[in-house]
Write a protein that binds this ligand. Sequence first.
Ligand code: DGL
Length: 259
Amino acid sequence: MKIGILDSGVGGFSVLQEIHTLLPQTPIHYVADSSWCPYGNKPGEEIRDRVTRISDYLLEAGAEILVIACNSATIHAVGSLRATYPIPIVGMEPAVKPAAEVTRSGVIGVLATEASIAGEKFHQLVNTHASGVRVITRPCPRFVELVEQGITDGPEAELAVDEAVAPLLQAGADVLVLGCTHYPFLRSTIRSRVPETTELIDTGPAVARRVASLLENAPDLSIETSGIHIETTGPQEQLDLLLPKLLPNLTATTSQVRF
Ligand code: DGL
């Protein structure tokens, strides 16, 4: 079965990597919507319309499972996508539930986009799974800019991380949720700037396990050959520069697509 993956840009590569590790033979078609990045400062309806167009395209191109490798897009669009398409759709939301389960201080910090934090689905997530826990949210648009430029460490990344996490740590957070698929690329930098006891949680590995479980019982009717194809709505040269920086061990073909 062919897996279609989309994100506002290259952040979803963190999810692509997890999926490819579990399912190395499975063909993957990824669309990075870099010309429209970031999603995080856009209204929910606009995100939904854009994501629907990209999903239409991935389905027409033969995707049999769709992975919305973007928390902002999931929060605003997964409901309508599931109502529209006849294939399994795997989305991702900030890992509020596991964070609420492991916190000892009773304070969790959720790093996520403004669009995610503003979404009704996010509020439901907090109300359902984190009652009794203090949830402090923090949008980090700078993280997305850095990762889209391939900057994941060094002074600029450290400054951005320090600014984002300082108020959360001061408030007593002992768990930080990496609630945007761009943020795991800054994981090592974040790790080096917070106390050793601070837990960092992201949902990429859980999403990959969910995709693998969907494939377990599926008959392999695909006529596609295996391989990874990555398309960008932005400049292809930029994608070709970023890919080896962010996923140095991945072999993939690339092209540009316009919407
Ligand atoms: N990677 C996305 C997410 O998981 C969105 C980042 C952005 O475009 O603002 O929310």
